[in-house]
Design a protein around this ligand. Structure first.
Ligand SMILES: Cc1ncc(COP(=O)(O)O)c(C=O)c1O
Length: 483
């Protein structure tokens, strides 16, 4: 006892001594009213200074764990409760979790997907490349904001969001052509929380939801977790198959449609202006509330400017727009936003308050200061140029090594690759993994088992040029041996 204290250099020594003694007392290693070693004895046993032990004992006394008797020494307090009596209480938590928890675990790609091993050339991620982050500007923004209103930022904030950021984002959306009259904004923890809140807010009448097929895996997961029955509409090279969409709309009524009209995940497709207009007309005609996911809008490499769908509805309110800075800036800050009819935002605000009170004010205010210091456009220009360069490299490599495939994707951080119909990308993945290369099999993004078996998504943002060339060469060589 005592001499087994292992000191680390990440915390003051007296705190480590205090914590050691506290653990001993709380675990019953020292009994009530038992005398503790003198400060001299303990300092020898623990090989620390006597003043360190004095400080530790003072802290323990302050916490009511020990008491001092003048002229005699220090003793363990009688009132210390040891939780010994309940130590035999065990539960099998598998029998106590909800269907929601069970399904969330089953759909968890991080646990059950084809993740990458260390050292592999991995095309699985579509996170931004952190090497592009302008950390010095982020640090400056943090210090600027902290010096302006540090204390306020550390206290509770507003559920709807940090006001300066809300104002900035309103302006940002107006600059995209959005008419905000009658609409309002809510700041969320990224797209994912916004989507979850909106799904939770909508009454289930038919219990049916429409989406593109394939689509964002996290969106499928959340729609299923909210018990929506999903109908997927096939993608053509310029967006949804409109004939199929209309047929589905005629067959059933829907509670919502979730669409990613720009740089869709996983196909990278940008819905054409003509299809955008027709989609809005149909949703309006069939009274289907629409959720637009604008996560990748800024990452355009070619073609003409695209506005979000919400910009084309004017004062209309049938569409909920979900924005996110996860691809165009820093996903770690977890800041996204919802623009929707003010009445819906009012409900969402209360739901947000009930669930998490608000998104971290520190994150929101840091982001706001970074944006208002004028960094966004400069960063975006640099990031877009670098991603465009990589995107073009990937396209060249794919054309060279996988000439039999159809490629889609006009922007964003990934490309979608379609092999001939009978080809199986899961088999290709297994063979490529043996050679140290990994990607996401496309079937992950489809609604039904057996769909998209000949497809794959290649995320390129975090793969360096040499590995892009090498990885796609290996994928191509391996695919040829399997045809
Ligand atoms: C389609 C789509 N929407 C939104 C996001 C961003 O989600 P979040 O803002 O929660 O990070 C992603 C991230 O990959 C995505 O693929």
């Amino acid at each position: 006892m005592y001499s087994d204290l292992q000191l680390t250099d990440d915390r003051p020594v007296y705190i480590q001594v205090k914590d050691y003694m506290k653990r001993l007392i709380l675990k019953g290693g020292l009994q009530a009213d038992q005398k503790l070693p003198s400060t001299r004895e303990l300092s020898t046993l623990m090989r620390v200074s006597r003043s360190t032990v004095l400080l530790a004992y003072a802290e323990l006394e302050e916490e009511g764990l020990i008491y001092a008797v003048k002229g005699k020494g220090n003793y363990v307090s009688a009132a210390v409760d040891t939780p010994e009596s309940a130590s035999g209480w065990t539960l099998d938590w598998n029998n106590h979790v909800s269907d929601y928890a069970i399904q969330a675990e089953q759909y968890d790609l991080m646990k059950h997907g084809s993740g990458a091993e260390r050292g592999e050339i991995s095309f699985t991620s579509i996170a931004p490349d952190e090497k592009l982050f302008d950390l010095h500007n982020v640090k400056r923004a943090f210090l600027d904001r902290m010096s302006l209103e540090g204390e306020v930022l550390l206290n509770y904030g507003y559920a709807q969001g940090y006001r300066p950021l809300m104002k900035y984002l309103r302006q940002y959306m107006e600059n995209k052509g959005v008419d905000l009259s009658g609409k309002d904004i809510l700041i969320t923890n990224g797209f994912t929380e916004g989507f979850d809140l909106v799904l939770g807010a909508l009454r289930k009448k038919s219990g049916r939801a429409l989406c593109e097929n394939p689509t964002h895996h996290t969106a499928i997961k959340n729609l299923k977790l909210h018990n929506f029955h999903l109908t997927g509409v096939e993608m053509e090279s310029d967006g949804l198959h409109l004939g199929q969409l209309e047929q589905e709309l005629m067959k059933h009524s829907y509670d919502l449609a979730y669409l990613v009209p720009s740089y869709h995940n996983p196909t990278g497709i940008v819905t054409s202006p003509a299809k955008r207009a027709e989609i809005i007309r149909l949703m309006n005609q069939y009274h289907v509330p629409m959720i637009e996911d604008g996560f990748n809008e800024e990452l355009r490499y070619s073609g003409s400017h695209v506005s979000p769908l919400i910009a084309s509805i004017g004062k209309g309110n049938g569409l909920v727009y979900l924005g996110s800075f996860s691809k165009v800036l820093f996903p770690g800050l977890r800041v996204g936003w919802v623009i929707a009819d003010a009445a819906l935002i009012d409900y969402l605000e209360s739901m947000k308050r009930a669930r998490s009170i608000h998104t971290s004010t520190l994150d929101q205010s840091l982001l706001y200061q970074y944006l208002s210091n004028g960094n966004f456009d400069k960063y975006l220009k640099r990031a877009r140029a670098e991603y465009k360069r990589k995107y073009e490299l990937v396209v060249r490599c794919l054309r060279q090594h996988l000439p039999m495939c159809r490629i889609s994707g006009e922007g964003g951080l990934h490309l979608f690759v379609q092999f001939p119909a009978a080809f199986r990308t899961r088999d290709l993945l297994a063979a490529c993994k043996l050679k140290g290369v990994t990607f996401t099999p496309g079937d992950t993004f489809y609604l039904e088992p057996g769909q998209g078996l000949n497809t794959m998504r290649l995320g390129f943002s975090r793969v360096n040029d040499d590995n892009i060339r090498k990885g796609i060469r290996i994928i191509g060589e391996t695919a040829r041996t399997m045809q």
